[in-house]
Design a protein around this ligand. Structure first.
Ligand SMILES: NC(=O)c1ccc[n+]([C@@H]2O[C@H](COP(=O)([O-])OP(=O)(O)OC[C@H]3O[C@@H](n4cnc5c(N)ncnc54)[C@H](O)[C@@H]3O)[C@@H](O)[C@H]2O)c1
Length: 348
Protein backbone atom coordinates (compact mmCIF):
# COMPACT_ATOMS: atom_id res chain seq x y z
CA UNK A 1 0.00 0.00 0.00
CA UNK A 2 1.18 3.50 -0.85
CA UNK A 3 2.60 5.27 2.22
CA UNK A 4 3.62 8.69 0.89
CA UNK A 5 1.91 11.37 -1.15
CA UNK A 6 4.14 13.02 -3.76
CA UNK A 7 3.53 16.74 -3.70
CA UNK A 8 4.21 19.71 -5.94
CA UNK A 9 4.30 23.17 -4.37
CA UNK A 10 2.85 25.94 -6.57
CA UNK A 11 4.20 29.30 -5.42
CA UNK A 12 7.71 29.78 -4.08
CA UNK A 13 7.27 32.94 -1.99
CA UNK A 14 7.52 33.56 1.74
CA UNK A 15 4.85 31.15 2.89
CA UNK A 16 6.08 28.32 0.68
CA UNK A 17 8.89 27.88 3.21
CA UNK A 18 6.26 26.79 5.78
CA UNK A 19 4.83 24.39 3.21
CA UNK A 20 8.21 22.87 2.35
CA UNK A 21 9.29 22.64 5.97
CA UNK A 22 5.96 21.08 6.98
CA UNK A 23 6.18 18.54 4.16
CA UNK A 24 9.77 17.70 5.08
CA UNK A 25 8.62 16.92 8.63
CA UNK A 26 5.66 14.79 7.56
CA UNK A 27 6.39 11.07 7.16
CA UNK A 28 3.46 10.61 4.76
CA UNK A 29 4.49 13.41 2.37
CA UNK A 30 7.38 14.27 0.08
CA UNK A 31 7.91 17.43 -2.00
CA UNK A 32 9.11 16.46 -5.49
CA UNK A 33 8.56 19.62 -7.56
CA UNK A 34 7.82 23.31 -7.30
CA UNK A 35 6.75 26.20 -9.51
CA UNK A 36 7.09 29.97 -9.39
CA UNK A 37 7.18 32.68 -12.04
CA UNK A 38 10.45 33.74 -10.42
CA UNK A 39 12.74 30.80 -11.18
CA UNK A 40 15.60 31.99 -8.98
CA UNK A 41 13.31 32.30 -6.00
CA UNK A 42 11.94 28.80 -6.51
CA UNK A 43 15.39 27.33 -7.14
CA UNK A 44 16.70 28.70 -3.87
CA UNK A 45 13.88 27.02 -1.92
CA UNK A 46 14.08 23.82 -3.97
CA UNK A 47 17.77 23.49 -3.16
CA UNK A 48 17.10 23.87 0.56
CA UNK A 49 14.49 21.11 0.50
CA UNK A 50 16.13 18.61 -1.85
CA UNK A 51 13.96 19.20 -4.93
CA UNK A 52 16.04 18.62 -8.10
CA UNK A 53 16.69 21.61 -10.36
CA UNK A 54 14.91 19.96 -13.30
CA UNK A 55 11.73 19.74 -11.19
CA UNK A 56 11.48 23.52 -10.79
CA UNK A 57 9.08 25.17 -13.24
CA UNK A 58 8.11 28.73 -14.10
CA UNK A 59 4.79 27.57 -15.60
CA UNK A 60 2.85 25.49 -13.08
CA UNK A 61 1.02 23.70 -15.91
CA UNK A 62 4.29 21.86 -16.61
CA UNK A 63 4.33 20.63 -13.01
CA UNK A 64 0.67 19.60 -13.29
CA UNK A 65 1.41 17.59 -16.46
CA UNK A 66 3.58 15.15 -14.50
CA UNK A 67 2.01 11.75 -13.79
CA UNK A 68 4.18 11.04 -10.75
CA UNK A 69 2.67 13.89 -8.68
CA UNK A 70 -0.41 13.01 -6.59
CA UNK A 71 -1.27 16.36 -5.09
CA UNK A 72 -0.27 20.02 -4.86
CA UNK A 73 -0.17 22.71 -2.22
CA UNK A 74 -0.93 26.24 -3.43
CA UNK A 75 0.75 29.13 -1.58
CA UNK A 76 0.03 31.64 -4.37
CA UNK A 77 -1.36 35.16 -3.82
CA UNK A 78 -5.07 34.98 -2.97
CA UNK A 79 -6.32 36.25 -6.33
CA UNK A 80 -4.73 33.25 -8.14
CA UNK A 81 -6.10 30.49 -5.87
CA UNK A 82 -9.10 29.68 -8.04
CA UNK A 83 -7.24 29.50 -11.34
CA UNK A 84 -4.47 27.25 -10.00
CA UNK A 85 -6.85 25.05 -7.96
CA UNK A 86 -9.13 24.41 -10.92
CA UNK A 87 -6.18 23.64 -13.20
CA UNK A 88 -4.70 21.23 -10.64
CA UNK A 89 -8.00 19.41 -10.00
CA UNK A 90 -8.58 19.07 -13.75
CA UNK A 91 -5.06 17.65 -14.08
CA UNK A 92 -6.10 14.94 -11.59
CA UNK A 93 -4.28 16.28 -8.52
CA UNK A 94 -5.64 16.61 -4.99
CA UNK A 95 -5.32 20.21 -3.76
CA UNK A 96 -4.41 21.90 -0.50
CA UNK A 97 -5.04 25.58 -1.26
CA UNK A 98 -3.96 28.41 1.04
CA UNK A 99 -6.49 30.56 2.83
CA UNK A 100 -8.51 32.60 2.03
CA UNK A 101 -9.99 30.09 -0.37
CA UNK A 102 -10.73 32.92 -2.85
CA UNK A 103 -11.74 36.56 -2.85
CA UNK A 104 -15.33 36.07 -4.01
CA UNK A 105 -18.03 33.44 -3.78
CA UNK A 106 -18.30 32.72 -7.50
CA UNK A 107 -14.68 31.58 -7.43
CA UNK A 108 -15.33 29.42 -4.35
CA UNK A 109 -18.36 27.85 -6.04
CA UNK A 110 -16.34 26.97 -9.12
CA UNK A 111 -13.59 25.38 -7.02
CA UNK A 112 -16.17 23.26 -5.14
CA UNK A 113 -17.88 22.27 -8.42
CA UNK A 114 -14.65 21.17 -10.10
CA UNK A 115 -13.60 19.17 -7.01
CA UNK A 116 -16.93 17.33 -7.19
CA UNK A 117 -16.65 16.75 -10.94
CA UNK A 118 -13.10 15.40 -10.76
CA UNK A 119 -13.57 13.43 -7.52
CA UNK A 120 -10.32 14.89 -6.19
CA UNK A 121 -9.92 16.20 -2.64
CA UNK A 122 -9.93 19.95 -2.09
CA UNK A 123 -8.73 21.18 1.30
CA UNK A 124 -8.46 24.85 2.33
CA UNK A 125 -5.51 25.88 4.49
CA UNK A 126 -7.37 27.37 7.44
CA UNK A 127 -4.32 26.80 9.59
CA UNK A 128 -5.95 27.76 12.89
CA UNK A 129 -7.56 24.33 12.89
CA UNK A 130 -4.12 22.91 13.61
CA UNK A 131 -2.96 25.50 16.18
CA UNK A 132 -2.68 23.50 19.43
CA UNK A 133 -4.21 26.19 21.69
CA UNK A 134 -7.24 26.52 19.41
CA UNK A 135 -7.74 22.76 19.19
CA UNK A 136 -7.45 22.41 22.98
CA UNK A 137 -9.82 25.33 23.67
CA UNK A 138 -12.43 23.87 21.31
CA UNK A 139 -12.21 20.52 23.06
CA UNK A 140 -12.63 22.16 26.47
CA UNK A 141 -15.71 24.03 25.24
CA UNK A 142 -17.18 20.89 23.62
CA UNK A 143 -16.52 18.97 26.87
CA UNK A 144 -18.55 21.55 28.81
CA UNK A 145 -15.64 22.85 30.92
CA UNK A 146 -17.04 26.41 30.83
CA UNK A 147 -20.72 25.43 30.84
CA UNK A 148 -22.83 26.85 28.05
CA UNK A 149 -21.04 29.18 25.65
CA UNK A 150 -22.78 32.55 25.39
CA UNK A 151 -20.18 34.84 23.82
CA UNK A 152 -16.95 34.39 21.87
CA UNK A 153 -14.58 37.07 20.64
CA UNK A 154 -11.44 36.73 18.57
CA UNK A 155 -9.01 39.08 16.92
CA UNK A 156 -6.40 39.17 14.21
CA UNK A 157 -4.00 41.94 15.21
CA UNK A 158 -1.04 41.98 12.84
CA UNK A 159 0.82 45.13 11.81
CA UNK A 160 1.29 44.95 8.04
CA UNK A 161 3.11 48.29 7.67
CA UNK A 162 6.45 46.56 7.08
CA UNK A 163 4.90 43.77 4.98
CA UNK A 164 3.39 46.05 2.32
CA UNK A 165 6.83 46.91 0.94
CA UNK A 166 6.82 49.58 -1.73
CA UNK A 167 3.13 49.28 -2.40
CA UNK A 168 3.36 46.47 -4.96
CA UNK A 169 2.52 43.66 -2.53
CA UNK A 170 -0.51 41.55 -3.47
CA UNK A 171 -1.74 42.24 0.08
CA UNK A 172 -2.63 45.74 -1.12
CA UNK A 173 -5.02 44.60 -3.87
CA UNK A 174 -8.24 46.57 -3.31
CA UNK A 175 -10.50 43.51 -3.07
CA UNK A 176 -8.38 41.93 -0.34
CA UNK A 177 -9.95 43.61 2.68
CA UNK A 178 -7.97 42.52 5.78
CA UNK A 179 -11.06 40.86 7.24
CA UNK A 180 -10.88 38.48 4.24
CA UNK A 181 -7.10 38.10 4.03
CA UNK A 182 -5.96 37.81 7.67
CA UNK A 183 -9.20 38.25 9.62
CA UNK A 184 -10.45 35.03 8.01
CA UNK A 185 -8.33 33.20 10.63
CA UNK A 186 -10.37 34.72 13.48
CA UNK A 187 -13.67 34.24 11.62
CA UNK A 188 -12.78 30.62 10.90
CA UNK A 189 -11.87 30.01 14.54
CA UNK A 190 -15.27 31.33 15.65
CA UNK A 191 -16.99 29.14 13.06
CA UNK A 192 -14.96 26.12 14.19
CA UNK A 193 -16.04 26.63 17.82
CA UNK A 194 -19.54 28.09 17.57
CA UNK A 195 -20.86 27.30 14.08
CA UNK A 196 -21.93 29.42 11.12
CA UNK A 197 -22.93 33.02 11.91
CA UNK A 198 -26.56 33.67 10.97
CA UNK A 199 -26.18 37.44 10.71
CA UNK A 200 -23.30 39.95 10.95
CA UNK A 201 -22.86 43.68 11.39
CA UNK A 202 -19.56 45.46 10.76
CA UNK A 203 -17.71 48.76 11.00
CA UNK A 204 -14.37 49.60 9.38
CA UNK A 205 -11.89 52.46 9.25
CA UNK A 206 -8.49 53.33 7.84
CA UNK A 207 -6.25 55.35 10.14
CA UNK A 208 -2.94 53.47 10.14
CA UNK A 209 -2.19 52.27 6.59
CA UNK A 210 -3.61 55.43 5.07
CA UNK A 211 -2.03 54.94 1.64
CA UNK A 212 -3.54 51.46 1.25
CA UNK A 213 -6.81 51.26 -0.74
CA UNK A 214 -8.43 49.07 1.94
CA UNK A 215 -9.54 49.45 5.54
CA UNK A 216 -7.00 48.53 8.21
CA UNK A 217 -9.43 48.03 11.09
CA UNK A 218 -12.69 46.09 11.07
CA UNK A 219 -15.04 45.25 13.91
CA UNK A 220 -17.86 42.78 13.45
CA UNK A 221 -20.53 41.42 15.75
CA UNK A 222 -22.38 38.25 14.87
CA UNK A 223 -25.47 36.28 15.75
CA UNK A 224 -24.30 32.68 16.11
CA UNK A 225 -26.39 29.50 16.42
CA UNK A 226 -28.02 28.79 19.79
CA UNK A 227 -28.20 32.50 20.68
CA UNK A 228 -24.41 32.85 21.09
CA UNK A 229 -22.94 36.29 20.34
CA UNK A 230 -19.68 36.60 18.39
CA UNK A 231 -17.25 39.45 17.88
CA UNK A 232 -14.21 39.70 15.57
CA UNK A 233 -11.67 42.54 15.45
CA UNK A 234 -9.12 42.75 12.66
CA UNK A 235 -6.36 45.33 12.60
CA UNK A 236 -3.50 45.33 10.13
CA UNK A 237 -2.03 48.63 11.27
CA UNK A 238 -2.10 48.32 15.06
CA UNK A 239 1.13 48.94 16.97
CA UNK A 240 1.50 45.77 19.01
CA UNK A 241 2.81 42.22 18.70
CA UNK A 242 0.98 39.84 16.37
CA UNK A 243 -1.79 38.00 18.19
CA UNK A 244 -5.05 36.15 17.72
CA UNK A 245 -6.26 36.67 21.27
CA UNK A 246 -9.58 34.90 21.82
CA UNK A 247 -11.99 34.80 24.75
CA UNK A 248 -14.76 32.23 25.10
CA UNK A 249 -17.32 33.07 27.80
CA UNK A 250 -19.46 30.27 29.22
CA UNK A 251 -22.03 30.14 32.02
CA UNK A 252 -19.55 28.35 34.32
CA UNK A 253 -16.19 29.71 33.22
CA UNK A 254 -14.12 31.64 30.73
CA UNK A 255 -11.18 30.62 28.58
CA UNK A 256 -8.60 33.09 27.26
CA UNK A 257 -6.18 31.82 24.66
CA UNK A 258 -4.12 32.91 21.67
CA UNK A 259 -1.55 31.66 19.19
CA UNK A 260 1.54 33.11 20.92
CA UNK A 261 1.26 32.15 24.60
CA UNK A 262 2.27 28.71 25.90
CA UNK A 263 -0.71 28.58 28.28
CA UNK A 264 -4.50 28.77 28.14
CA UNK A 265 -6.15 30.69 31.00
CA UNK A 266 -9.20 29.06 32.50
CA UNK A 267 -11.34 31.04 34.96
CA UNK A 268 -13.97 29.27 37.00
CA UNK A 269 -16.32 30.92 39.46
CA UNK A 270 -15.94 29.64 43.05
CA UNK A 271 -17.86 30.39 46.23
CA UNK A 272 -15.58 30.80 49.19
CA UNK A 273 -15.88 30.25 52.95
CA UNK A 274 -12.55 31.97 53.52
CA UNK A 275 -13.16 34.34 56.48
CA UNK A 276 -10.26 36.55 55.34
CA UNK A 277 -11.85 37.04 51.96
CA UNK A 278 -13.80 40.24 52.26
CA UNK A 279 -15.97 41.62 49.53
CA UNK A 280 -17.88 39.31 47.29
CA UNK A 281 -18.65 35.76 48.32
CA UNK A 282 -17.63 34.59 44.87
CA UNK A 283 -14.14 34.84 43.54
CA UNK A 284 -12.62 33.73 40.32
CA UNK A 285 -9.70 31.37 40.16
CA UNK A 286 -7.37 31.42 37.21
CA UNK A 287 -5.70 28.19 36.15
CA UNK A 288 -3.00 28.33 33.50
CA UNK A 289 -3.01 25.18 31.38
CA UNK A 290 0.16 24.48 29.39
CA UNK A 291 -0.14 24.20 25.64
CA UNK A 292 2.38 23.53 22.87
CA UNK A 293 3.26 26.64 20.87
CA UNK A 294 2.95 25.96 17.14
CA UNK A 295 1.37 28.97 15.51
CA UNK A 296 1.91 27.97 11.88
CA UNK A 297 1.46 24.23 12.15
CA UNK A 298 1.56 23.50 8.43
CA UNK A 299 3.19 20.14 9.24
CA UNK A 300 0.05 19.04 11.10
CA UNK A 301 -2.14 20.33 8.30
CA UNK A 302 -0.30 18.66 5.41
CA UNK A 303 -0.01 15.37 7.32
CA UNK A 304 -3.75 15.33 7.80
CA UNK A 305 -4.32 16.18 4.13
CA UNK A 306 -2.07 13.31 3.01
CA UNK A 307 -3.56 10.90 5.56
CA UNK A 308 -7.05 11.59 4.16
CA UNK A 309 -5.86 10.95 0.59
CA UNK A 310 -4.07 7.74 1.57
CA UNK A 311 -7.00 6.45 3.63
CA UNK A 312 -9.58 7.67 1.13
CA UNK A 313 -11.35 9.78 3.76
CA UNK A 314 -12.84 13.24 3.20
CA UNK A 315 -10.49 16.06 4.24
CA UNK A 316 -11.65 17.99 7.33
CA UNK A 317 -11.46 21.53 5.91
CA UNK A 318 -13.36 21.02 2.67
CA UNK A 319 -14.10 23.57 -0.02
CA UNK A 320 -17.48 24.19 1.63
CA UNK A 321 -15.74 24.96 4.94
CA UNK A 322 -13.31 27.36 3.25
CA UNK A 323 -16.11 28.99 1.28
CA UNK A 324 -18.26 29.41 4.42
CA UNK A 325 -15.49 31.43 6.05
CA UNK A 326 -15.17 33.58 2.91
CA UNK A 327 -18.98 34.05 2.94
CA UNK A 328 -18.89 35.43 6.51
CA UNK A 329 -15.97 37.76 5.72
CA UNK A 330 -17.74 39.07 2.59
CA UNK A 331 -20.95 39.61 4.59
CA UNK A 332 -18.95 41.74 7.06
CA UNK A 333 -17.55 43.81 4.17
CA UNK A 334 -21.05 44.27 2.74
CA UNK A 335 -22.32 45.31 6.17
CA UNK A 336 -19.71 48.01 6.79
CA UNK A 337 -20.25 49.31 3.25
CA UNK A 338 -24.06 49.44 3.45
CA UNK A 339 -24.56 50.04 7.17
CA UNK A 340 -27.01 47.10 7.23
CA UNK A 341 -27.05 43.73 8.98
CA UNK A 342 -26.17 40.98 6.47
CA UNK A 343 -26.93 37.26 6.41
CA UNK A 344 -23.95 35.34 4.96
CA UNK A 345 -24.73 33.43 1.78
CA UNK A 346 -23.85 29.76 2.37
CA UNK A 347 -25.44 28.63 -0.85
CA UNK A 348 -22.55 26.96 -2.66
N1 LIG B 1 -1.95 30.33 6.69
C1 LIG B 1 -1.26 31.42 7.02
O1 LIG B 1 -1.11 31.74 8.19
C2 LIG B 1 -0.64 32.24 5.93
C3 LIG B 1 0.40 33.13 6.21
C4 LIG B 1 0.97 33.85 5.16
C5 LIG B 1 0.46 33.71 3.87
N2 LIG B 1 -0.57 32.84 3.65
C6 LIG B 1 -1.13 32.70 2.30
O2 LIG B 1 -0.14 32.13 1.45
C7 LIG B 1 -0.30 32.65 0.12
C8 LIG B 1 1.06 33.15 -0.39
O3 LIG B 1 1.55 34.14 0.46
P1 LIG B 1 3.11 34.57 0.45
O4 LIG B 1 3.28 35.46 1.61
O5 LIG B 1 3.97 33.38 0.29
O6 LIG B 1 3.19 35.45 -0.90
P2 LIG B 1 4.52 35.87 -1.68
O7 LIG B 1 4.18 37.12 -2.43
O8 LIG B 1 5.69 35.89 -0.78
O9 LIG B 1 4.72 34.68 -2.71
C9 LIG B 1 3.86 34.42 -3.77
C10 LIG B 1 4.68 33.80 -4.90
O10 LIG B 1 3.78 33.42 -5.94
C11 LIG B 1 4.45 33.61 -7.16
N3 LIG B 1 3.47 33.67 -8.25
C12 LIG B 1 2.54 34.61 -8.50
N4 LIG B 1 1.80 34.25 -9.56
C13 LIG B 1 2.26 33.05 -9.99
C14 LIG B 1 1.89 32.17 -11.04
N5 LIG B 1 0.89 32.43 -11.87
N6 LIG B 1 2.60 31.03 -11.19
C15 LIG B 1 3.61 30.72 -10.36
N7 LIG B 1 4.01 31.53 -9.35
C16 LIG B 1 3.34 32.68 -9.17
C17 LIG B 1 5.23 34.90 -6.98
O11 LIG B 1 6.31 34.99 -7.90
C18 LIG B 1 5.71 34.76 -5.53
O12 LIG B 1 6.99 34.18 -5.43
C19 LIG B 1 -1.40 33.70 0.21
O13 LIG B 1 -2.62 33.15 -0.22
C20 LIG B 1 -1.51 34.02 1.69
O14 LIG B 1 -2.83 34.42 2.07
C21 LIG B 1 -1.10 32.10 4.63
Amino acid sequence: MKKQIRLGVIGGGDFSAYHLNGIENSPNAVAVAMADLDRERALEKAKMYGIPEDSVYTDYHDLLARDDIDAVTIPLPDQFHKEATVAALRAGKHVLCEKPMALDLDECKEMIKVAKETGKQLMVGQLGRYTPAFVQAKKMIDDGVIGELFMIESEYAHDYSEIGGNGTSWRITPEREPIIGGGCHAVDLIRMIAGNPEEVFGYANNKCLTTWPIHDCTMAVMKLPNGVIGKVMTSTGCKRNYTMRTVAYGTKGTIIFDNKTPTISLFKGHFTDDPDFDGYKQRELEVKLPVVLNDHNFGGEVQDFCRCILENEPVPTTGVEGASTVAVCLAIVESFKTGEKVKPDYNF
